[in-house]
Design a protein around this ligand. Sequence first.
Ligand code: PA5
Length: 445
Amino acid sequence: MAIRLNLQNAGLREHELEYARPLAEAANRALHERSGAGSEMLGWLDLPEAYDREEFARIQAAAKRIQEQSEVLVAIGIGGSYLGARAGLEFVKGPFGNQLRNKGAEVYFAGNNLSSAYVQNLFDIIGDRDFSVNVISKSGTTTEPAVAFRLFKARLEEKYGKDGARERIYATTDAHKGALRGLAEEEGYETFVVPDNIGGRFSCLSAVGLLPMAAGGMDIARVMQGCADARTAYSNPKLSENDAMRYASVRYGMLAKGKCTEILASYEPSLTMFGEWYKQLMAESEGKDGKGLFPVSANFTTDLHSIGQFIQDGARSLFETVLWVERSGHDLTVPEDPANVDGLNFAAGMTMQQMNEKAMKGTLLAHVDGGTPNVVITLDRLDDYTFGELVYFFWKSLAVSGYLLGVNPFDQPGVEAYKKNMFALLGKPGFESAKAALEARLQGI
Ligand code: PA5
């Protein structure tokens, strides 16, 4: 495996894990037997083996066409229809991936907010360059991507005409229903499918994430291979031999000890968006029925100069899961400076990776001493294969830990509340009755 779990500093004794064993193994069994809550949404469980090969080939062909036709792909989507692709691209290509342009198209994301400034900035970045659009929405009715799609579609039609725009628009949505499906069929866009039995936050290795990742130059066959190998490893029914289950059991144990916030910390800026993906996966899956661990993400050493104080010394309700990358792929060394005004010559000749490692180890001990337990997940390297493996590791752990908590990890009823209010305030047909009462409550705001 390209990833390894270390529980040495997790602050749980072996017998505590042992208590969780029958529960975790039963949760794992319920997943594989499809007998637990939300079992109709388990399409991700066997996805790395069972994915549609014909569609996969079409995704690769579409990605190639996008790269030939366009310098830029705008991927429009929100939540599960956005985060995984962006996390994957930054994981593999790094935070400056679009600027370095070593391979693939530049990929920018839209439809994940309602900011006019954001869309205008993106128009400016594209300028008069050639671009394509992948609009992604399982339901096909989500407001943020629908607004962004109208704007980018109009831009494409203005630049290339209706027929030219059609050649550059790709729609990823439900196989049969939803406004986007209807529109795509009417306009003749090439379409890809979000499978019925895969929810948004489990969809990034379906066409939802694979097309933007492939267009951006990722090797999606390697992604699927990493995911398939993880599926095999994390199907093991024994807790002691299954790291995904062990991690789920540790999270469960942490919650029982009052550690109700988990910080996913990494020492590579390339993992920033992976942290965003993780937050959605955990929060939407577990945060319900008044339960759940609150997921936070952090970049170290950057955030050691901000929230580091709290982690060390604030309310003792936290634990950390550290993603450590063993081989960052680059070996810059600290230069010698004869003047040594900054006193840094003691480190001259050291690689930045070595310094980063000392920072990680020193921080780990300081945080553990301060009462913040640490789980460490070591990644060999940041590549396509490891991304696929890590995604599946988190999916599987989360599914087990959701069952341990006693929630349905595959629904998200809480996401609807803000939408209802927003639609009423916007005057959307069907929501009129709530409008006056909401506006009264907003007086003075
Ligand atoms: O995980 C989820 O289900 C959500 O985050 C959705 O992905 C998000 O709301 C976008 O939904 P849709 O793809 O239907 O536009």
